[in-house]
Design a protein around this ligand. Sequence first.
Ligand code: ATP
Ligand code: MG
Length: 252
Amino acid sequence: MPPKIISVHSFRGGTGKSNTTASLSALLAKKGYRVGVVDTDIQSPGIHVLFNLDESEMVHSLNDYLWGKCEISETAHDVSGHLNADIKGQIFLIPSSIQAGEIVRVLREGYDVSLLNDGFRDVLKTMNLDYLIVDTHPGLNEETLLSIAVSDVLILIMRPDQQDYQGTAVTVDIARKLDVPNLFLVINKMPKSFDLESVQEQAESNYHCRVAAILPHADEMMELASSDIFALRFPDHEITQELEALANLIES
Ligand SMILES: Nc1ncnc2c1ncn2[C@@H]1O[C@H](COP(=O)(O)OP(=O)(O)OP(=O)(O)O)[C@@H](O)[C@H]1O
Ligand SMILES: [Mg+2]
């Protein structure tokens, strides 16, 4: 099967992109796949925390690649051994720099966004990846538009919150214009008191796309506090089961 690029995005922040990306990558790696994870949230990176990658271990970051200091494959850190779990495949994390100077430089000077596209293709090939999962910055910016445009699968996360509904509609529109082949909605942080079926029906009729998972709001997730990967720590949890179904959908 040709490798797939999967972007995980939400219009608003704090919807669960990074946690979902990390769990999804672990579930795919458990199946035996070689999975790349790239943090394109250059302004506020964070997913490296979930993979327990310390700043001192970051040899090269995505920023270095974007400024021509190294090849993209040199930024890919094998974090499989960090996960404390039996994983058949491998996970390679491409982190964004957490150094203030590097972040400010991107905001001030910008960079050639087309390098991201080249980098995605290059790392899929040179690292022999099956999947590359892109964890994005919320809202719409250049790297997000590019990530969406080159995706085989776009996972759009939203909370059942009126503020999320509108922004999600905008993003769905853009994904359609950019001809993303597979668009899946994930509803996260669902309160127990909400009626699951009516939320799902409403979302599907509003956006005309499939709700691929509904994840309950969970104290276990808050207590984990991004210190580990949820799907590995809670393999039997309802959230993990929903994400397993999503992983199967991506695989099919
Ligand atoms: N289903 C859930 N139940 C409870 N808490 C959750 C759930 N999903 C995510 N969270 C919590 O919400 C917060 C934000 O999660 P996360 O960092 O994954 O979101 P994000 O979309 O990547 O945020 P950002 O837009 O800032 O990058 C974290 O504290 C996380 O533990
Ligand atoms: Mg995030």
